[in-house]
Design a protein around this ligand. Structure first.
Ligand code: AMP
Length: 284
C-alpha cells in the first residue's frame, strides 16, 4: 500500500493505472477510520482493481466555531486499517496542497435549489459547498470509476448523486448502509468526544428513529405527531438539545406533512457539545 500526499504524484499514478485499464475505486473520508468507513472500503474493494481511500479533514466544510481544529486524526492507525483491508493507495494531501493560499484559491462547486438549504444545510451554511468542492476535486484528481459514500450522511448522499448527474462525472456512486454499535448508535468519528455518561444516553437517537418507524408501521401518517413524539423521547433521555428532526421526501428532501412514498426521517442533535446526526429511510 502506498500513501501519496502530492496531487501531481496521484495524477501520474492515475495516468498509469488508466493506461493499464484498471478500474479505480474511491472512498473519500476525513480519517479516524471506524467500522462504518471499513464497510464502505469492503464494498469498494469488490468493485475495482485499484482502491484509493482519501483521508483529508476538509476545512471548507467546517463552519466557523465548528470542530475543525480538534477533529480526531490518527494517520498511523488509519494506515494500518487500510493496509489490513487491502487498500492500494491512501491519498492524504495537506490543506495547503488542496487549497494553496498563495495561488489565491477561489474555485468552488455549489448547488442552486432546495436540497442544500434544508436539514443540515439550514444550520451549517456553506457546509455542502465545501463537501461538493472537495468531492469534485477528489474526483478530478483520482478519476474513479466508482465511489462509495455512507447513508449515515443522508443529505450528503443525495447531493453528491445530484452533483454527479448534473456535472456529468462518469462515476458510479454507491451508497453503503449505516453501520451501528450494538445499541444502535451510528458509528461516527465524533463519538470519541462523548463522555461515558453521554455515551450511555446516545442510543436514544436511534431509538427515536425506531419509535417513529413503529408509529408509521402502526398507521400514523401525520409527520408533526411523529416528530413531537421523537422530540419528547430524546429530550427525556439525557443531555440533549435538538437542532432539527424532519421527515422528508427521499428525492426532493422537502418536509412532508402527510407521510407517503419513499421518505427519510433525519435528525441532528447536540449531546453536550457534540453534534450527532442519524437517519433512516422507509418506503410506505
Ligand atoms: P467522514 O470521514 O465522516 O467524512 O465519512 C466518510 C464516509 O464514511 C462518508 O461517506 C460517510 O457517510 C461514511 N460514514 C460515516 N459513518 C458511517 C457509518 N456509521 N456507516 C456507514 N458509513 C459511514
Amino acid at each position: 500500500m502506498k500513501t501519496i500526499d502530492k496531487i501531481s504524484d496521484m495524477q501520474s499514478m492515475v495516468r498509469q493505472l488508466r493506461r493499464n485499464g484498471d478500474i479505480i475505486g474511491l472512498v473519500p473520508t476525513m480519517g479516524y477510520l471506524h467500522q462504518g468507513h471499513i464497510s464502505l472500503i469492503r464494498i469498494a474493494r469488490k468493485k475495482c482493481d485499484t482502491l484509493v481511500v482519501s483521508i483529508f479533514v476538509n476545512p471548507t466544510q467546517f463552519c466557523p466555531g465548528e470542530d475543525f481544529d480538534k477533529y480526531p486524526r490518527d494517520m498511523k492507525r488509519d494506515q494500518k486499517i487500510c493496509s489490513d483491508e487491502g487498500v492500494d493507495i491512501i491519498f492524504a494531501p495537506s490543506t495547503q496542497e488542496m487549497y494553496p493560499d498563495k495561488s489565491g484559491y477561489s474555485a468552488y462547486v455549489d448547488m442552486a435549489g432546495d436540497i442544500t438549504d434544508v436539514l443540515c444545510g439550514k444550520y451549517r451554511p456553506g457546509h455542502f459547498r465545501g463537501v461538493m468542492t472537495i468531492v469534485a476535486k477528489l474526483f478530478n484528481i483520482i478519476q474513479p470509476d466508482v465511489a462509495v459514500f455512507g447513508q449515515k450522511d443522508g443529505q450528503q448522499a443525495v447531493i453528491i448523486k445530484k452533483m454527479v448527474m448534473d456535472l456529468n462525472f462518469p462515476i458510479d456512486i454507491i451508497i453503503g448502509p449505516t453501520i451501528r454499535e450494538s445499541d444502535g448508535l451510528a458509528l461516527s468519528s465524533r463519538n470519541k468526544y462523548l463522555t461515558a455518561e453521554q455515551r450511555k444516553q446516545a442510543p436514544a437517537i436511534y431509538k427515536s428513529l425506531m419509535l417513529a418507524k413503529n408509529m408509521i408501521q402502526n398507521g400514523e401518517r401525520d409527520a408533526k405527531k411523529i416528530i413531537q413524539n421523537m422530540s419528547e423521547f430524546i429530550i427525556n433521555s439525557g443531555d440533549f438539545k435538538i437542532q432539527y428532526i424532519d421527515i422528508v421526501d427521499m428525492n426532493t428532501l422537502q418536509s412532508l406533512e402527510h407521510i407517503e412514498g419513499e421518505i427519510m426521517i433525519a435528525l441532528a442533535v447536540f449531546l453536550g457539545e457534540t453534534r450527532l446526526i442519524d437517519n433512516i429511510i422507509l418506503r410506505i
